[in-house]
Design a protein around this ligand. Structure first.
Ligand SMILES: NC(=O)c1ccc[n+]([C@@H]2O[C@H](COP(=O)([O-])OP(=O)(O)OC[C@H]3O[C@@H](n4cnc5c(N)ncnc54)[C@H](OP(=O)(O)O)[C@@H]3O)[C@@H](O)[C@H]2O)c1
Length: 327
């Protein structure tokens, strides 16, 4: 019988791109599955309905409606990419940096992360959520996978929101201030292009559909990291590109007057802005490569694409991001 796959956040940058990737996989076992796309508004239902998938209007904070949607549509596999109601959860990769409480240094997704996370405790909301997902899934007999997603760049391929969070926020704020700011401490977190991220989800789902055993539950971490995003270099490239377009006063990068001001302007949570802006974290993906993952982007290509990151905001910035609205 055809499997039913639900993608939440399907109007979002990540979820929309995952959905587009799944639709494009015509020679994959995904082709035989029924795709269900959960979105929040009626406008989004209309926009996605031309894709030939079942579009469901669903408020994910309404537990009863979520249960009904899952049962009525006999959902076998759910990919949850909608943003959390708690915006601090979005700082997921800070989890593996010292700022986020991780004192073990370099971490492979094949390491006993679940055990270490339990030792660290549940003070970081993203860590608490990961533990909860693993534990609840186990209790309910559901197989779980966790894909920690670092800053993702590139134009999304979904029907609705096509811009990511971090770099577009820096571009917008720089244009508004007519100056590019950086943090007083450099950071170089893991990063990846949206097209390399969506293939991880596709590979996991393909293995599930083919009934191939892959790491799951307590071992089911899949680090979506390809290269680093050296923030100071990125800010300089943004300053060059924005100056060339006459959108900032000078091609020189200034230092943010304060972390709070940066947080407020960038729409990032004050509590986590320092970690988001300056931490690095040493994430080594092992599991995605075991599935046959072949990322197409690297750091050089990423840095060379900074001009398109600016152009994408100028071209596509019509849908307001809501990721951090809950603050
Ligand atoms: N983009 C990145 O670089 C990045 C990096 C690390 C982690 N992440 C995480 O990945 C997830 C997706 O990110 P994204 O960039 O795709 O964000 P996004 O473009 O804002 O997409 C999130 C989607 O979730 C929907 N949503 C939020 N709350 C909902 C609710 N209660 N009911 C129904 N739908 C709801 C939003 O609906 P509306 O369209 O109505 O707002 C939006 O379409 C987030 O959890 C984010 O923290 C993203």
């Amino acid at each position: 019988m055809a499997q039913n796959i639900l993608i939440t956040g399907a109007a979002g940058y990540v979820g929309g791109s995952v959905l587009a990737e799944f639709i494009s996989r015509t020679k994959s076992p995904i082709k035989a599955a029924n795709l269900h796309a959960a979105v929040r508004t009626e406008e989004q239902v209309k926009a996605l309905s031309k894709l030939g998938v079942n579009v469901i209007q669903l408020d994910l904070s309404d537990e009863a409606s979520v249960i009904t949607a899952v049962l009525q549509n006999e959902i076998d596999i759910a990919i949850h990419t909608a943003s959390s109601a708690d915006s601090s959860l979005s700082s997921i990769t800070t989890l593996f940096s010292e700022d986020g409480g991780w004192t073990y240094g370099e971490v492979k997704d094949s390491d006993p992360i679940y055990e270490k996370d339990k030792q660290i405790g549940r003070s970081h909301p993203a860590r608490a959520t990961n533990l909860l997902v693993i534990e609840q899934a186990k209790e309910l007999g559901v197989t779980s996978f966790i894909v920690p997603v670092p800053p993702t760049y590139g134009r999304g391929t979904g029907e609705w929101r096509k811009l990511s969070v971090n770099i577009p926020a820096y571009v917008r704020v720089s244009i508004a201030n007519k100056v590019v700011y950086k943090f007083d401490r450099n950071g170089s977190p893991p990063a990846l292009h949206i097209s390399d991220l969506v293939t991880i989800y596709a590979l996991i789902v393909e293995k599930i559909l083919q009934k191939e055993p892959i790491p799951s539950g307590e071992e089911g971490y899949y680090f979506a990291a390809v290269h680093r995003a050296p923030w100071w270099e990125i800010m300089q490239l943004l300053a060059d590109g924005l100056y060339a377009r006459g959108l900032v006063k000078e091609p020189k990068v200034q230092v943010w007057p304060s972390y709070d001001e940066a947080a407020d302007q960038l729409g990032l949570p004050r509590l986590y802005v320092r970690a988001i802006g300056t931490s690095s974290g040493d994430l080594v993906p092992v599991h995605p490569y075991q599935l046959g993952w072949k990322p197409q982007w690297d750091q050089k290509r990423f840095l060379e694409s900074m001009d398109d990151e600016i152009q994408a905001v100028l071209d596509l910035d019509t849908v307001k991001p809501t990721l951090f609205d809950s603050l």
